[in-house]
Design a protein around this ligand. Structure first.
Ligand SMILES: *Cc1c(COP(=O)(O)O)cnc(C)c1O
Length: 360
């Protein structure tokens, strides 16, 4: 007798389509908000020496004490707040969802937002509610407040700036949400380096606020390090769900080393912001595009004049450029595409290929 997965696996997992990571070898890769710049050679050599000397036969420091001390400085975590580390911030979202998933509990976000909020809610068996944004991608505060009153969410996730739209929501609106929330509010600041705005310094003001950061978009996506900052009483509970050695020794050593040279990452972020401006202007100047302003390291744009995002995406792919097609993922994102800001040369290749695609 053979046993099939549908006899054993939860139906909502059977129904999921997994997070799709496209094949990108040999492509100009502008789909995943990666920093396009490598670290300087001397720093890479220091990292090589650290790796050579690392005691790989031992478990890593489960408390990551040295790295946390460095992060506390680098991220300006307010005194009195604690830090929890994740294998990427995705893992932190999962820990929070698991911790809040009482029977009938609700995890809320806005839509369109980071797709992992919804997916992880499914993994963790917590009910998901998404409140649509306005058509200009601003927060519909009344709708959020009303949905909060109705569903009493245990936790609300707000990406600030938002992905995939790239904008910062109104600070006052987010503060209203935090004050009215019956549970936790997690402000996900994955794109902080490109935004110049943060809720980190508001942790002391709001007892139900948690702030999330990641090193991924800053230039260390391959390391997998996410950071949560918040009050010790929340962090102590969440720590119970963190698997003890979730952040490996290589990640701990390398992240600490690179953060000691944080000026390198900040210079790269500044270069990306300059390119974002240049690219946004060139993109807007093309016939047949509507460009949304961005506070992140990517730009959302819509193709107009009878063009279809799916076709433009395929044309770009044929020309060796990989971006993200968002058409079909949410009604507000009809004919929208998202492009990560790359090096000047990559952005130029993208713009040339897009221009050619829009002509056909
Ligand atoms: C990319 C992204 C993350 C995931 O970051 P990792 O640390 O790489 O897991 C989290 N939140 C948002 C909004 C993102 O866009």
């Amino acid at each position: 007798m053979s046993i099939s997965p549908d006899q054993v696996i939860r139906p909502e997992i059977l129904a999921l389509s997994g997070y799709h990571v496209p094949h990108a070898v040999g492509m100009v890769k502008l789909d995943a908000m990666e920093n396009p710049y490598p670290l300087p050679l001397e720093l890479r050599e220091e990292i090589a020496r650290l790796a050579a000397d690392a005691p790989l036969n031992r478990y890593p420091d489960a408390g990551a004490v040295a790295l946390k001390a460095t992060l506390r400085e680098a991220l300006s975590v307010p005194a009195g707040m604690d830090i929890m580390l994740g294998n990427g911030s995705d893992e932190i979202i999962q820990i929070i969802a698991l911790a809040c998933a009482k029977p009938g509990a609700v995890l809320m976000s806005v839509e369109p937002a980071f797709v992992m909020f919804r997916m992880i809610a499914t993994f963790a068996r917590i009910d998901y509610r998404g409140v649509p944004l306005n058509t200009d991608f601003s927060l519909d505060l009344d709708a959020v407040l009303e949905s909060m009153a109705r569903h009493q969410p245990a936790v609300i996730f707000i990406a600030y700036p938002n992905n995939p739209t790239g904008n910062l929501f109104d600070t006052g609106a987010i503060s209203r949400i935090i004050k009215a929330a019956p549970g936790l509010v997690v402000v996900d600041e994955a794109y902080h380096a490109f935004a110049g705005a943060s809720f980190m310094d508001k942790l002391t003001q709001y007892p139900n606020l948690l702030v999330m950061r990641t090193l991924s978009k800053l230039g260390l996506a391959g390391l997998r390090l996410g950071i949560l900052a918040g009050r010790p009483e929340w962090v102590a509970q969440l720590e119970k769900l963190r698997l003890p050695y979730n952040v490996g020794i290589a990640t701990q050593l390398i992240a600490e080393k690179v953060l000691q040279h944080s000026e390198v990452l900040l210079q790269q972020a500044a270069a990306i912001k300059r390119e974002r401006t240049a690219m946004g202007e060139r993109l807007a100047a093309l016939e047949g595009t509507e460009v949304f302003s961005s506070d992140a390291n990517f730009i959302l744009f819509r193709v107009t004049h009878q063009h279809e995002a799916g076709q433009v995406f395929q044309q770009l792919k044929k020309r060796g450029i990989l971006i993200k097609n968002l058409d079909g993922s949410h009604p507000l994102l009809r004919n929208c595409l998202r492009v990560t800001v790359g090096t000047p040369d990559e952005n130029n290749q993208f713009l040339m290929a897009l221009q050619a695609s829009l002509k056909t």
